[in-house]
Design a protein around this ligand. Structure first.
Ligand SMILES: NC(=O)c1ccc[n+]([C@@H]2O[C@H](COP(=O)([O-])OP(=O)(O)OC[C@H]3O[C@@H](n4cnc5c(N)ncnc54)[C@H](OP(=O)(O)O)[C@@H]3O)[C@@H](O)[C@H]2O)c1
Length: 257
């Protein structure tokens, strides 16, 4: 069976572009998300060597089913891209939304990484790309608290696994992709708009895939975001939190400066 990539969150944005890019590199692609029609459209566009699996990764049983259905499909690249955010103060974002975000952005990434990593390590080959965010490199995100915290979990988990694999000279590689704003459907779902310029999902996907195959652990697609994240390390934590909070508030339209 041809080398295969499994991509969650493939119905839109960054995941869809990663699917297109990897297909162009000769991978057989398994597309996963909840919106079946979107996935079928993409599968038809790509052509042969694609499979569609409709799956809600916020449900633990569904994550297990996804693994069981694909574990014998010669997967050598797993991309955990499914995720979403919600803007608002901690007290105003509904608990249900936050718990679904934790299930999608954290639990599903954790489960699928764990399940596939064991097989990859046994075969001593494979790549896992976890789509985190530059939000995960900051101290926290006032007005988007749960989203920032969820992405910090992904960055921390992935960094630790990356080091564990390096220390055993494993050929398996895991990486966390940390983009700043990307022009996708993310804002429609999060109910906000970016206050700063964004990159295209095509550019983000290309940089993420190049970084992964070059065995980078933390991949920040855009240079200015990389500089911002580096600079933030030299600024007091309280100031970084204040500025991040203002940027997030601007997204809600409640701050115009
Ligand atoms: N856009 C940005 O500025 C940005 C920046 C940094 C990081 N990110 C991260 O990039 C990833 C992709 O987001 P995007 O920007 O491409 O946004 P997007 O266009 O809204 O795409 C999100 C994808 O996640 C899927 N998804 C959401 N919940 C799911 C669930 N429960 N089960 C299965 N699939 C689910 C959606 O598919 P269905 O709705 O069809 O299920 C969709 O394919 C996310 O993890 C996001 O946090 C985005």
């Amino acid at each position: 069976m041809a080398k295969t990539a499994l991509i969650t969150g493939a119905s839109s944005g960054i995941g869809r572009e990663i699917a297109r890019d990897l297909y162009g590199r000769g991978f057989r692609i398994i597309l996963c998300a909840r919106r079946e029609e979107r996935l079928r459209e993409l599968a038809a566009e790509l052509g042969e060597n694609t499979r569609v699996i409709v799956c809600d990764v916020s449900d633990r049983e569904e994550c297990l089913r996804l693994y069981e259905e694909t574990k014998n499909e010669n997967i050598s690249v797993l991309v955990n891209c499914a995720g979403f955010g919600a803007v608002g103060s901690f007290e105003e974002v509904p608990l249900d939304t936050e718990l679904r975000m934790i299930d999608t952005n954290i639990t599903a990434v954790h489960m699928l990484t764990k399940l596939f990593l064991k097989d990859f390590v046994a075969a001593d080959r494979g790549y896992i790309m976890n789509i985190a965010s530059s939000a995960g490199l900051m101290y926290g995100g006032p007005m988007m608290a749960t989203y920032y915290a969820s992405k910090a979990y992904v960055v921390s988990l992935t960094s630790a696994i990356c080091e564990e694999l390096k220390s055993t000279n494993s050929r398996v590689h895991v990486c966390a992709v940390c983009p700043g704003p990307v022009d996708t459907e993310f804002n429609d779902v999060a109910n906000c708009k970016f206050g700063v310029s964004s990159i295209t999902p095509e550019f983000c996907a290309q940089k993420a895939i190049e970084g992964m195959f070059n065995k980078k652990c933390i991949i920040i697609p855009e240079k200015s975001i990389k500089a911002l994240c580096t600079g933030a390390k030299f600024v007091p934590r309280s100031l970084v939190l204040k500025v991040t909070g203002k940027v997030q508030k601007k997204k809600t339209g409640r701050l115009t400066v």
